[in-house]
Design a binder for this molecule. Structure first.
Ligand code: AP5
Length: 216
């Protein structure tokens, strides 16, 4: 299984990617996590990445693609790409990269949520800076308030979840997503998941959709 997850910021890609990977034994690869790690390392690339991420803008294609290529080449099993690709240039480059590796994508899932429904997801999101696990103070609270279930690290608010940055991320999404959806529709591998329900109901619908797709 080689799957990519698309959807607006806050649509639930990261949350569902972790659950899909657990269900099917796949590797979770989040471009946001990879870029955040580079930013935290303070490398020359990380310093450049910070300018874009903190402003809620997409990191330039060339830089994103070079980092993603490095990680994708190392995967030795099925995978779930989360938040990548984000532009048509990235989608086309990914297609070429995966064909060269003889491992093309076989499913693209678009998590569909009305953008007005997302505000509560951002305001309540907390993440673990150590293992990147994602929580929500109401819909997915940790067992001990403020601590990661996996490693006990104190949870933090993501730097780009400030309301003004969220607005910019949503505008960027609206400007860039249509050509990618059209591209995968034309390739015949795009399916849509209604991601408005509870986390568990979205997981159930997603896993059923994946099973049906690979059984056909
Ligand atoms: P990235 O980290 O990819 O963020 P994003 O796409 O903006 O998506 P999010 O992580 O905000 O949301 P999600 O869909 O994963 O939702 P989650 O599961 O966390 O990108 C960040 C930045 O990095 C970008 O702005 C850009 O600068 C850069 N970047 C990344 N990839 C790039 C690329 N390819 N090219 C260029 N730049 C790139 O859920 C959100 C919250 O809601 C959580 O608290 C969760 O618990 C909760 N929740 C989830 N589902 C539900 C539900 N069904 N009901 C109630 N609550 C829910």
């Amino acid at each position: 299984m080689r799957i990519a997850l698309l959807g607006a910021p806050g649509a639930g890609k990261g949350t569902q990617a972790a659950r899909i990977c657990e269900e099917f034994g796949l590797k979770h690869m989040s471009s946001g996590d990879i870029l955040r790690a580079e930013k935290a390392a303070g490398t020359p690339a990380g310093i450049k990445i910070k300018q874009y991420m903190d402003a809620g803008q997409l990191v330039p294609d060339e830089l994103t693609l070079s980092l993603m290529r490095e990680h994708i080449q190392k995967i030795e099993k099925g995978f779930v790409l989360d938040g990548f690709p984000r532009t048509l240039v990235q989608a086309q480059a990914l297609n070429r990269m995966l064909f060269e590796l003889d491992r093309p994508l076989n499913l693209v899932l678009n998590f569909d949520v009305p953008l007005e429904a997302l505000a509560r997801r951002f305001s309540g999101r907390r993440i673990c800076p150590t293992c990147q696990a994602v929580y929500h103070i109401e819909s997915l609270p940790p067992k001990v308030a403020g601590k990661c279930d996996h490693d006990g690290t104190a949870l933090i608010i993501r730097a780009d979840d400030k309301p003004e940055v969220v607005q910019q991320r949503l505008s960027t999404y609206k400007e860039t997503m249509d050509p990618i959806l059209a591209y995968y529709k034309k390739l015949g591998c795009l399916k849509t998941v209604d991601a408005t329900g509870s986390i568990d109901s979205v997981t159930k619908a997603t896993i059923e959709k994946i099973k049906r797709h690979f059984e056909d």
